[in-house]
Each structure stands twice: as structure tokens, then as C-alpha cells.
Write a new protein. Sequence first.
Length: 431
Amino acid sequence: MLKIMTLIPALFLMISCVPAQSPQMDKIAGAYVQLMLEIGLHDADFIDAYYGPENLRSAKEDNSQSIPVQQFKERISSLRAELAALDVAAMEDIWQLRQAYLDKQLVAADCRVDFLAGNRRKFDAESAALYDAVAPVHSAEYFDKLLEELNTKLPGQGSITRRLAEFKADFIIPEEKLDTVFQAAISEARKRTLQHIVLPEGEDFHVEYVTDKAWSAYNWYKGKSYSLIQVNTDLPIYIDRAIDLACHEGYPGHHVYNTLLEKNLVQARGWVEISVYPLFSPQSLIAEGSANFGIEVAFPGSERIEFEKKVLFPLAGFDPEDVESYYSIAELTRKLGYAGNEAARQYLDGKMERQAAIDWLVKYALMVPQRAAQRLRFIEKYRSYVINYNYGQDLVRTWVEKQGGSADNSEKRWQIFQQLLSRPYLASTLK
């Protein structure tokens, strides 16, 4: 209770004072929303969420019509010129963030329009335009060294991928216990988040279990502090995914991020542009990066292992004494996270054939062939989006720590993390 009360004065001041006004930027923001929704009529994957005014919607989806590429690009260029002409230097810094946010979102929209017209960019050029960031490149030698370390700690014989699969096979959550385990993880993640962040009364989300998806889980934000979270059960779900998904999709991840943006920017300031979320945009790097970093914010240090041992392992029917050994291996495999980026970069740039990309994921991302094929399916659909998870997480962690939110200062970390989730930050504004 004390932790919650310490945040209320600052939050009250933030939302009770009358925000500065910029009618011209508001006008640009309205035109931006209309434009994003129109692009979405030609791209079913483009709009991840919209909970703004219905009168900004122009027409029903009609993919039979060709996309008006030149018209969209001209409107984007015009809006960017109008934004650049605005002088917000004398206003509070959040207005500079707003101006930069709108501009970068428009840059991303321009890139996506080109993509829809058949104009593909190289992996790094695409990620720079869409997500305002270029992830570092890692060689096969880099991953080989990590595999050498893992090789000495994994039991059994044969390839590391096979031995890892055999090791983790004992930690697949039984289907009949999946919802029980997941709900317990959600409940704990929510409790920990509410100790530090004040959320609107009545905020909530619903969980569904689905199949035949390219992703492992998805948060569909509906507005008014409500989300639909879908979990894909095509492939086995390991015990560590319970907390990962509970935090990433829920608390303090996507659900909290979208809720705070709606509360602090859409409702308190009237910034309509936040009510539309184009998936292929710089906002996604912050969304995915903060959702991944939020896992360690909510469960720092040994607290995760302690909770897993006490609650989740018994619920799943696993021996609690196996927690430490499981996570010692899991920690090593997480270091291989950038291997997926390299598979995507080489494959999408035409330097690697499809089977070679799957083989790379099997060898360096330690995925069994079925999971590697599913991952490549994700890469084919979402392309350079993959950088948002690992590189986004690294950027968010570095920025939070630079602001004083280090691992040994939990309260400060939560405060800085909440600030990140409540303002229109981008990758370039975190550097």
C-alpha cells in the first residue's frame, strides 16, 4: 500500500493540470489517424488496435481495390512537412516527443506502403524505417562460442538441439493444467505490478487458447483498459513460458502499456494519434522491448525462481527441486536470442535459402525443426519485426538503467519503467 501511495501525488499532478494546447498538431494527429486506418483497409495486418472516434474511419475494408500508393505517399509527405514546420521548442519535452513520434510513425507508414506496392527494402533498411532501429549483426562464430558453453552443461549425447529438446521435454505444461498454471502466473504478475503502478478501476483482460497461428501469443487491445490475450497451443508450452507470457502480454507488458498510454495521453491529453496502433511502426519496438524487459522488472533476481518453485512447478506437476537446473540452462539459451535475427536478415535479404534458414534456427536458436519452421513462418509474415523483441529489450533496459532504474533499486526501476509506458518514446529518443 505504501508503494502505491508514493506514486499518487505525481500521477495526480500529471493528469490534473491543464495540458498545453497545439491545435495544429491536433489537426495533424487527426489526419494521421485517418490515413493509418485507410492504409489498414489495404493491409489486414497493419492496424493492431484502434479505439478512437468512429467518425475517423473512412470506409469498410475492400482489398479488391488497388492501393493508392502515390496518394498515400503524398499525404505522408505533406503531414511530415506540416509537423516539421511546428515550433514546440518552448513547450514541455513531451511535445517534442509527440512531434518526433508522429514523424517517425509516418516514416514507417511510407515504408509499409512501399512494401504493399511490392517494393522490398533490405532487412536493416526496413527495420530502420519501420522501427527506428537497426539491430547489431552477430556472426556464426559468436553463436558457436555460446554453444560451447551450453555444450558442457547439457546432459546427454548428440546434438545440442536434440539434448536441449530432451531436457525440456520433462517441463512441458500438460494441456489440462495449462490454464491453471497460466492464470496463477497472471495473478502474481498483476499483484506485483499493482504494488507499483496505479491502473484504472476495472482494467481487465480475457485469455483464449487458439491454434494455427504464426505467433506464440498475442495481445489485442480493445480500449477502455481491456485486452484479449490469445495463446497459441500449436506447439508444446514449456513451464518458463507461463511467467514470460503473463508478464509480456499482460502485467506489466502490453496490457499495462496500452492502458497507460490510453489513460495518460488519449484521455488526459486528448492525443487521438495514440488510439491507433499501426503494428509495423516504431511503437512496436517500445511495446515489445518493454514487454520483455517487464518480465525481469516484475520478477527480479531470484524472485522468479522462488515463485516458480513454490507455485508454478507444483501446479504443473513438476518437482520443485528441478527449478534451479531448468533455469540455469534456460539462461544460457536466452543468450542465443539474436540468432533469430540473423536467420531473418540473411533469409529476407536473399542470402539464405528457406531450408538453410530453418537449419540455422535449429543449430543456433536451438529450435526443433517444427518450431524452427513455425518461426520462419513468423519471419515471412512479420519480417524485420523480430528485432523488436531482443534489441528492443536491450534498448529499454539500457535506458531505464541510465535513468537510475538499476536492478538494485527496484522502486526507482518501477518509476522509470512506468514513465516509459506513459509517454510516446521511440528507439531514437531512448539513445
